[in-house]
Design a protein around this ligand. Structure first.
Ligand code: HEC
Ligand code: HEC
Ligand code: HEC
Length: 124
């Protein structure tokens, strides 16, 4: 909710918030879905089925019910030469700036790699 994507529409003036030329990148789903700014669904597709937390914590299930991994090409549909960026869009670097998955993946990996209770400490 605090990310620049989540608040992209608020970078626009009141006048610009009615201008389709700005909304196409700053709030592409607003007209059709009343979903403002660059939302989860802008990148991941319709979230009707994957949005429950227990689904999103299960990577296979989430993708089975519609969560899409956005591609570099998808980012570049907005981060193109016309965007007011000082440096050309660097996909790898940009991913770091919006990372909201590494922490959960690390927790998941730790859970699956944790050794089972060794037999010596198991209650007899
Ligand atoms: C629908 C258009 C759109 C798509 C798709 C999009 N972005 Fe953005 N992005 C924006 C806009 C607009 C801003 C500027 C938001 C603002 O400050 O008003 C932005 C800002 C950013 C920023 C700078 C702000 C920050 O959080 O540090 C990064 C980094 C970024 N995007 C990375 C990405 C990556 C990586 C992808 C693909 C996985 C992506 N974007 C896909 C529109 C888009
Ligand atoms: C092709 C996609 C695209 C369109 C169309 C677009 N923007 Fe953006 N805009 C971006 C992206 C991407 C960024 C973020 C650039 C970055 O930081 O890398 C951005 C950033 C901005 C920012 C700076 C936000 C900040 O505070 O960091 C403003 C202001 C802005 N746009 C205004 C506008 C206005 C006004 C229009 C319509 C006339 C418009 N944009 C149209 C993609 C677009
Ligand atoms: C600018 C595009 C963008 C936006 C907006 C965005 N995400 Fe993501 N999300 C990504 C990218 C990129 C990945 C990493 C995908 C990969 O590894 O290929 C990701 C990964 C994820 C994953 C997968 C985690 C895993 O363990 O596999 C979940 C769940 C997720 N995002 C949920 C959300 C939610 C919820 C929101 C809204 C609050 C959101 N995302 C907004 C781009 C975005």
């Amino acid at each position: 909710m605090q990310s620049k994507h989540a608040r992209a529409v608020s970078s626009l003036s009141e006048q610009q918030q009615k201008d389709g030329r700005c909304l196409s990148c700053h709030s592409p789903d607003q007209v059709a879905q009343t979903q403002a700014s660059v939302s989860c669904e802008t990148c991941h597709g319709g979230g009707q089925y994957y949005s429950p937390e227990y689904v999103m914590k299960d990577p296979e299930l989430a993708r089975l019910v519609g969560l899409v991994d956005p591609s570099e090409k998808q980012c570049r549909s907005c981060h193109d030469a016309s965007s007011p960026s000082l440096r050309p869009f660097d996909f790898k670097e940009s991913l770091k700036a919006i990372d909201h998955w590494s922490a959960e993946r690390a927790r998941r990996a730790a859970r699956t790699e944790a050794p089972a209770t060794p037999p010596s400490t198991a209650k007899k």
